[in-house]
Design a protein around this ligand. Structure first.
Ligand code: NAD
Length: 248
């Protein structure tokens, strides 16, 4: 249990990758603060963890609201005595529309959750980690933090932003005991892709050299490693986990 005595928080932990990360943290021995805007989904993640006799609590937090991140971090400090690990994972897809027609409202919604939400999280997590003797931040980017994708302008811009923000945090806090890295999953089989038809999924599969989509658990393995002391020399990196999507 290499995360024994660690307090970890995960945003968007009610589904998909966030749930798999929260579960992986718990199995490695951390106490996990599961947060989401969907109460039932978050509570389900907590019960999955508790069924294995590990410790987790659900705290409702909207990643697009700075004040909710503050509240989440306060719970970690005041009720659990510290914050050592944060995975800023909450994210939404947004509509599939080209830039010339993309609505201003949709742009703002996606940027608010996927980019502003990651900054708000880090903004409050960093002081808490400094107070707790150091820590590790893992921000959920995407392969679309590295390359473009037609008809997802806000998502692509937000994920590129997350990669740059994470590099900056790494430079600022490395000497103070906080590592920050971003993760770049390719297309992962989660409810985020639920709206896509079979033909689109088959097309996406073909873009991965490995010939299939990834699983949330495969992403969680990387996040777990980056969050742990085993990754003590990993800082400021962008780590693809993509079945070969970016290799071509
Ligand atoms: P998902 O839809 O399965 O889960 C996302 C979770 O985030 C849900 O429980 C949802 O309720 C929650 N959420 C949404 N908006 C929120 C908000 N404002 N505040 C708090 N919680 C909120 O999605 P997923 O596939 O697990 O995606 C998780 C992260 O991984 C996202 O940042 C996504 O961009 C990224 N990602 C996903 C894929 C993929 O193909 N699935 C690929 C690359 C990156």
């Amino acid at each position: 249990s290499h995360l024994q005595n660690k307090i970890a928080l995960v945003t968007g932990a009610g589904s998909g990758i966030g749930r798999a990360v929260a579960f992986a943290y718990s199995q490695a021995g951390a106490t996990v603060l599961v947060s989401d805007i969907d109460d039932a989904a978050g509570e389900e993640t907590v019960s999955l963890i508790q069924r294995t006799d590990r410790e987790a609590v659900f705290i409702r937090a909207d990643a697009a609201r700075a004040e909710d991140h503050n509240k989440l971090v306060r719970v970690a400090l005041e009720h659990f005595g510290g914050l050592h690990i944060a995975c800023n994972n909450a994210g939404i897809g947004g509509p599939s529309i080209s830039t010339g027609e993309y609505s201003i409202d949709d742009w703002q919604k996606v940027i608010n959750v996927n980019l502003n939400g990651v900054f708000y999280g880090c903004r409050y997590q960093i002081p808490a980690m400094l107070e707790s003797g150091g820590g590790a931040i893992v921000n959920m980017a995407s392969i679309l933090g590295q390359v473009g994708f037609a008809n997802s302008p806000a998502y692509v811009a937000a994920k590129h932003g997350v990669v740059g923000l994470t590099r900056t945090i790494a430079l600022e806090y490395a000497a103070k005991g906080i590592r920050a890295n971003s993760v770049g999953p390719a297309f992962i089989n989660t409810p985020l892709l639920e709206h896509m038809d079979k033909e689109t999924i088959r097309y996406l599969e073909s873009k991965h050299a490995i010939g299939r989509l990834g699983t949330a658990e495969e992403v969680a393995e990387l996040v777990l490693w980056l969050s742990s002391e085993k990754a003590s020399f990993a800082n400021g990196g962008y780590y693809p986990i993509d079945g070969g999507y970016l290799a071509q």
